[in-house]
Design a protein around this ligand. Structure first.
Ligand code: UTP
Length: 297
């Protein structure tokens, strides 16, 4: 079955980025000159998913306004003949068929995904976390969609992280498959301590999910941090009951990824993406070289 729908949860509280996120969702923080969420929607569209459901919370308006047309600004740019900026503004409002649903209370990522049930129906779908950027030079989602179409079940994106960082992530227990970059996930633990972690494979913010996840999420109790965890529902599908379901697979990603909800990673994303741009890269590179040579003061 061809997968056409993407769900983008963007209703978290963003406490790691306070006070910037008091009245702005962290997904709206600009990475160079686009908010993080626009990169995520562009990634979904590039992978052929043009039906995007955004799960929103407080300050929903800035998210939906961003993907709306902006007639006053567009006519001002048109009158000035500023075609470049006009094209950039228009691109953000004509990207995809975007729908919105409110989460209500931020009860966890699993709860946010469950809010997509009515819109998604009985089809497999992708989930892209709105604060997690995958560098467009290292496409990941097309490979995950391919694996889901070949094998069925759910497909997670996994990334090797230094062992001391594993407690920031969901952590996977895996078995190798005959595909180099694909593993079978046999267990999952949300944010384990370094000592308890079964591997250094972290779950990152891209998923392709079978609709059977909704049924599991409906009975998933709050777990770590009192939140309904998507990882706990996936652990059920990966674990003992796997024979009944269609299994959980992981694609091991070795490209560039940025967690823009983390302050340091956010700064790295801005620098790395700006350095790669034709308009800003050359000047920024020259300045960075000077800055680092000068002892970074
Ligand atoms: P995070 O755990 O990074 O989000 O969720 P958070 O709780 O906002 O972050 P901090 O720790 O307080 O800074 C990952 C993704 O899931 C969404 C977030 O918006 C983010 O895109 N999310 C999380 C929801 O949509 N709803 C929730 O209840 C929790």
């Amino acid at each position: 079955m061809t997968i056409t729908k993407a769900v983008v949860p963007a209703a978290g509280l963003g406490t790691r980025f306070l006070p910037a996120t008091k009245s702005t969702p962290k997904e709206m923080l600009p990475v160079v000159d686009k908010p993080a969420i626009q990169y995520v929607v562009e990634e979904a569209v590039a992978a052929g998913l043009e039906d995007v459901l955004m799960i929103t919370g407080r300050s929903k308006h800035s998210l939906s306004d961003h993907f709306d047309a902006m007639p006053e600004v567009e006519s001002a740019l048109e009158a000035k003949g500023d075609t470049d900026r006009l094209a950039r503004v228009r691109k953000s409002s004509a990207l995809a068929d975007i729908h919105y649903v409110r989460q209500g209370e931020p009860l966890g990522l699993g709860h946010a995904v469950l809010r997509a049930k009515r819109h998604v129906g009985n089809e497999p779908f992708a989930v892209l976390l709105g604060d997690d950027l995958i560098d467009e030079r290292d496409p990941l989602l097309p490979r995950m969609l391919e694996v889901a179409e070949e094998r069925g079940g759910c497909v997670l994106a996994l990334m090797e992280v230094p062992r001391e960082q594993i407690s920031l992530y969901g952590c996977a227990v895996v078995e190798q498959t005959d595909d180099d970059d694909v593993v079978r996930v046999t267990g999952l633990v949300e944010k384990p301590s370094v000592e308890e972690a079964p591997s250094n494979l972290a779950v990152i913010g891209r998923y392709v999910l079978d609709p059977e996840i909704f049924e599991v999420l409906e009975r998933t109790q709050p777990g770590r941090g009192g939140e309904i965890q998507l990882t706990d529902a996936l652990a059920e599908l990966a674990g003992e009951d796997a024979a009944k379901g269609r299994g959980v697979y992981g694609v091991v990603f070795r490209g560039r990824r940025y967690d823009t909800g983390d302050r340091l990673d956010y700064i790295k994303a801005v620098v790395q993406i700006a350095v790669a741009r034709e308009d800003l890269g050359p000047d920024l590179r020259a300045w960075l070289t000077e800055f680092t040579a000068g002892g970074m003061e």
